[in-house]
Design a protein around this ligand. Structure first.
Ligand code: C5P
Length: 234
């Protein structure tokens, strides 16, 4: 039987947040932001272990107490220059430690998506566990999309038909994901699915919800805090 593993690449600097502290450590409801994703993933009954991939020079992680997750949490300090490098290095490290098999499922999740819920996670796993390719949580684009020219004027309006916003987790078997990421070193991939697509596969889009947004700009942090506070005190 294939197992399910989560992998959180957390070696980014979060430059767009304009903060010296990498964004995964910014305080969210009195915890570092990454705590919330780790907590949801560790609590999931299907997930065997949660791998966190840190930048080699990360000192911040060790300032926090992660003991409550010790049953499932495995930390590797082997993050790379890009997100794809960090994921691939983490997969290689997990294999070297003999923790995963090639046909196991890997759910890659951004540290900066703290509002993932167990419901979404269960839905992703149940819809993809018998899929031949794998897939990702995503939401259909709601806004009208404008393409700009170099002067920030509208060049034209893009059709939003069949357009989705990719989220994470993105779930693929170890074998396919490592093959895809190795192949992707020369192309610019910003998520795991695009690396898989570059091999000619068609990942499945599993409808998620808008709460699972990525904290990218300072105002996103306040919104994420409101959502988590509301969940903790319904
Ligand atoms: O910068 P962005 O928000 O796209 O990063 C998405 C995820 O990838 C974050 O969890 C970030 O820490 C991670 N990342 C990484 N290694 C990098 C760049 C980003 O693990 N070199």
């Amino acid at each position: 039987m294939s197992k399910f593993f989560a992998l959180i690449p957390a070696a980014g600097s979060g430059a767009r947040m304009g903060n010296e502290l990498p964004k995964q450590y910014l305080s969210l409801n009195n915890r570092p932001m990454i705590y919330h994703a780790i907590s949801t993933l560790c609590q999931n009954q299907y997930i065997t272990r949660v791998f966190v991939i840190l930048a080699p020079n990360d000192n911040e992680w060790f300032k926090h107490d992660w003991l409550e997750f010790s049953e499932k949490l495995v930390v590797f300090s082997c993050g790379g220059l890009t997100r794809a490098d960090s994921v691939l290095n983490g997969l290689t490290a997990a294999k070297q430690k003999d923790l995963v098999d090639t046909d196991d499922w890997i759910l890659v999740h951004d540290a900066a998506r703290p509002c993932l819920t167990s419901t979404q996670l269960d839905k992703l796993i149940s819809e993809l566990a018998i899929d031949n390719v794998g897939g990702l949580l995503a939401i259909p684009v709601a806004d009208t999309l404008k393409r700009s020219n170099t002067e920030n004027r509208v060049s034209h309006t893009e059709s939003r038909e069949n357009l989705w916003q990719a989220q994470t987790p993105q779930m693929f078997r170890y074998d396919l994901l490592t093959r895809a990421l190795r192949n992707a070193t020369s192309i610019n991939v910003t998520d795991d699915a695009s690396a898989v697509e570059a091999l000619g596969f068609h990942p499945k889009l599993v409808p998620g919800d808008a709460y699972n947004f990525k904290v990218t700009y300072p105002q996103d942090l306040a919104l994420a805090e409101l959502i988590i506070q509301k969940r903790n005190n319904p």
